[in-house]
Ligand binder design. Structure first.
Ligand code: ZN
Length: 725
């Protein structure tokens, strides 16, 4: 089967939003009519056959922009034909002629899309964007052609029903159950009239999603703070003031403008000394999408929530979250809610303590007012400076990018897993800033190819991510070809790239996803590597972050780029200590957003349209997260993740994965830390398994018990609310 889901669920939001944008364009009538006729597809096209380079690496020396479209079109046509042949096979359905056949199909479309996704995310141009717009609806239709094909589903069901008498190995059995579930979740079991209703609801949902995205974009833009009075901006640096003046010019307004970020809190609130200004900016942010008129999102989200509940009912689930979580590690909303509820007392207790400290500071400065959300970061920043005083200019000389890569990221992986890295300058790249390494296994055998593309460019999406050019599969005989992308500032020619500790952590994070891909050791491509649920996929990456500050690793790489001197212990201690700063606030605002998401998506199908403000207030109050000075990280009316970005009933996944990674790291610490034995066991039981088994069981088997929130709270510097058992 084609790994279509891979294209639609990136590992990081920038990817998802790109694809959502592509989807939005797909809904514009006539978007596909203006396309040029693509050149014919034949042996001259570099995607025609698998690459002959080592690891089937994409041959970027040969691939041209106009090679993609004909290859994608041919790939779609070929895959549709393959699917038709499987569905129409006159022989009785078997595991081999149905499931294995699906796994083997889609080679061409996968080959081209994996490369196309890579370059459109990280090295795009108008020609590639045009291809993306044209092909997005066709790729979506290909997915429907698979999952809503009644003949194909009949065969899938037949094998599924017989699965326990077929003597399948565990991974094959998993494939049958996984695929069957994907068909059912997509609506394959519905009657024809119900399928038609589902299609209508899906269309309405897509339209409302697009409407939400464009309303929110305009609302956020319009809610920028504008002032002609420079004194209102006291506290901003000269550079920040200059940027504010530029932003005003761009908007054709006089004076200064501070555009809004997508979160409730705004970064400038930490430095603005004028309380009225802070209040005004906060109010702009909080009410951005609730001002009446065209860009008010409340009616849109009320209908979206209702519609999703109706969709769930049609598919046989009590609510939308129950449908979405069916194939996730948490399995059902109750488990996710229980997990979050357990964190609330510790988070809010700590946040209330932090609020008390801040109120004391306000009183000590004779403020004469009660702490409000718009004051929090302003005073928290004063606390941070006094307590931690961490200056990036002091730490950056100890974090030279290539040194961090070799003596930090690679070193930790070598200590844990015995793998080594050999630079390959002979493998073609799409941009000269990239580096390529062959990853060699402990037994000397080639394991994977790994690329990094670390520097910011104008034609690259924001953020950082990992993805694959070639996925691992024993069935297809492929080894993984993996890449990491980031947006670090590029140094001027000849100068070293000195990065922040946050960037260092990003390198470890993305490399953690990389290891999940590189160690993949599975038969079937659709169960391989990072093709795992959303509430599991960030676990290996966040787990790998821990090694960045692990003493034996940190000391190995944190050395001054000129002198080679290790970082002074005092400075290193500050980095470590700063990790627990303001965590009561941060965890509470995340929990509040995650609870809002889950409350909206556990709405009953027969519930009337909700009033979003009343619903939100009740949801926060019912979950004990209505703290006057700690608003949710996103308010319902501007919660892009859940209404526009594919994270509906999924925002909890960030916290869930944090529980998994902190608990896993605690296990390492309890068992000797950075050792080959620990690494090999983790690789064998977790990193190599992809989605080939029940992940909750796999995790518990590796850990020796169910995951627990204790280590997560400890890592954030919080105390569990209940006494230890
Ligand atoms: Zn990640």
């Amino acid at each position: 089967m084609t790994k279509m889901d891979m294209y639609w669920t990136g590992l990081l939001l920038p990817q998802i939003s790109t694809l959502i944008t592509a989807g939005a364009i797909a809904l514009t009538p006539g978007a596909a009519t203006a396309q040029a006729v693509p050149p014919p597809f034949g042996p001259a096209n570099p995607f025609y056959a698998p690459s002959t380079l080592p690891f089937h690496a994409p041959d970027f020396n040969k691939i041209r922009d106009d090679d993609y479209q004909p290859a994608i079109e041919a790939g779609i046509a070929q895959n549709l034909e393959e699917i038709r042949a499987i569905a129409d096979n006159p022989e009785a359905p078997t595991f081999e002629n149905t499931f294995v056949a699906m796994e083997k199909s889609g080679r061409l479309i996968d080959r081209v899309m994996e490369v196309f996704n890579g370059v459109t995310q990280a090295n795009t141009n108008p020609a590639l964007q045009k291809v993306q717009e044209t092909e997005a609806p066709k790729l979506a239709a290909l997915q429907d052609a698979v999952f809503l094909n009644p003949k194909l589903f009949q065969r899938v069901s037949k094998v599924y029903e017989q699965r326990h008498s077929l003597h399948l190995d565990a991974e094959s059995l998993r494939l049958v159950e996984h695929d069957y579930q994907q068909f059912v979740l997509a609506g394959a079991k519905l009657s024809d009239p119900d399928k038609a209703t589902l299609k209508k609801l899906n269309e309405e949902e897509a339209n409302l999603t697009v409407a939400f995205i464009s309303k929110l974009l305009a609302a956020t833009k319009n809610a920028a703070y504008v002032t002609g009075d420079k004194s209102a901006l006291a506290g901003l640096s000269d550079a920040e003031l200059a940027a504010a003046a530029d932003a005003a010019k761009e908007r054709n307004v006089k004076g200064w403008s501070l555009p809004l970020q997508n979160t409730t809190q705004q970064p400038d609130l930490q430095s603005l000394t004028n309380r009225d200004t802070r209040h005004a900016i906060f109010q702009n942010s909080w009410e951005r999408a609730e001002r009446g008129g065209d860009n008010d999102t409340r009616a849109t989200i009320a209908r979206l929530a209702q519609l999703r509940a109706q969709k769930a009912k049609l598919l046989g689930f009590p609510n939308f979250a129950a449908w979405t979580l069916m194939d996730q590690m948490a399995r059902n909303p109750e488990a996710a809610l229980k997990f979050m509820d357990a964190l609330v007392p510790a988070a809010t207790a700590k946040a209330n303590g932090e609020a008390k400290d801040i109120q004391a500071l306000i009183d000590a400065q004779n403020g004469g007012f009660t702490l409000e959300p718009w004051d929090w970061n302003f005073y928290a920043e004063q606390v941070r400076k006094a307590k931690y005083d961490l200056d990036e200019a002091q730490t950056k000389p100890y974090f030279e990018l290539n040194n961090v890569l070799h003596n930090g990221v690679f070193y930790a992986a070598q200590m844990l897993y015995g793998i080594t890295f050999k630079q390959r300058t002979d493998i073609p790249v799409y941009n000269a800033d990239m580096q390529v390494y062959e990853v060699i296994d402990a037994d000397g055998k080639p394991l994977a190819l790994w690329y990094c593309d670390y520097f910011k460019r104008d034609n690259k999406n924001g953020g950082a991510w990992m993805d694959t050019f070639v996925g691992q599969s024993k069935l297809l005989g492929t080894l993984p070809v993996i890449y990491n992308v980031a947006n670090f500032a590029k140094p001027v020619a000849g100068e070293p790239a000195l990065i922040s500790f946050s960037d260092v952590t990003t390198m470890f994070h993305e490399f953690g996803h990389g290891l999940h891909g590189m160690f993949a050791n599975t038969q079937y491509p659709s169960l391989s590597g990072t093709a795992v649920p959303r509430d599991y996929v960030e676990f290996p990456s966040q787990f790998n972050e821990h090694w960045a500050s692990y003493p034996a690793v940190f000391e190995h790489y944190a050395k001054h780029y000129k002198t080679g001197e290790p970082m002074p212990a005092e400075l290193a201690a500050k980095i470590k200590k700063a990790e627990t700063f303001n965590q009561g606030y941060l965890l509470t605002e995340l929990l509040a957003a995650a609870e809002l998401d889950m409350q909206w998506h556990t709405l009953a199908p027969d519930a009337p349209l909700q009033n979003p403000d009343a619903f939100e207030a009740a949801a926060l109050s019912n979950t004990h997260l209505a703290l006057s000075a700690v608003p949710p990280r996103y308010r319902s009316s501007y919660f892009m993740h859940i209404w526009g970005n594919g994270y509906a009933a999924g925002y909890y996944a960030y916290l869930w994965c944090e529980m998994l990674d902190d608990d896993a790291f605690q296990w390492f610490e309890d068992n000797g830390g950075l050792t080959r034995a620990n690494g090999d066991r983790f690789r064998q039981m977790i990193l190599s398994r992809g989605n080939t088994e029940d992940l909750a069981k796999a995790y518990a088997a590796w850990l020796g018990r169910e995951p627990d929130t204790g280590p997560m709270l400890k890592a954030r510097g919080l105390q569990p609310a209940a006494p230890a058992k």
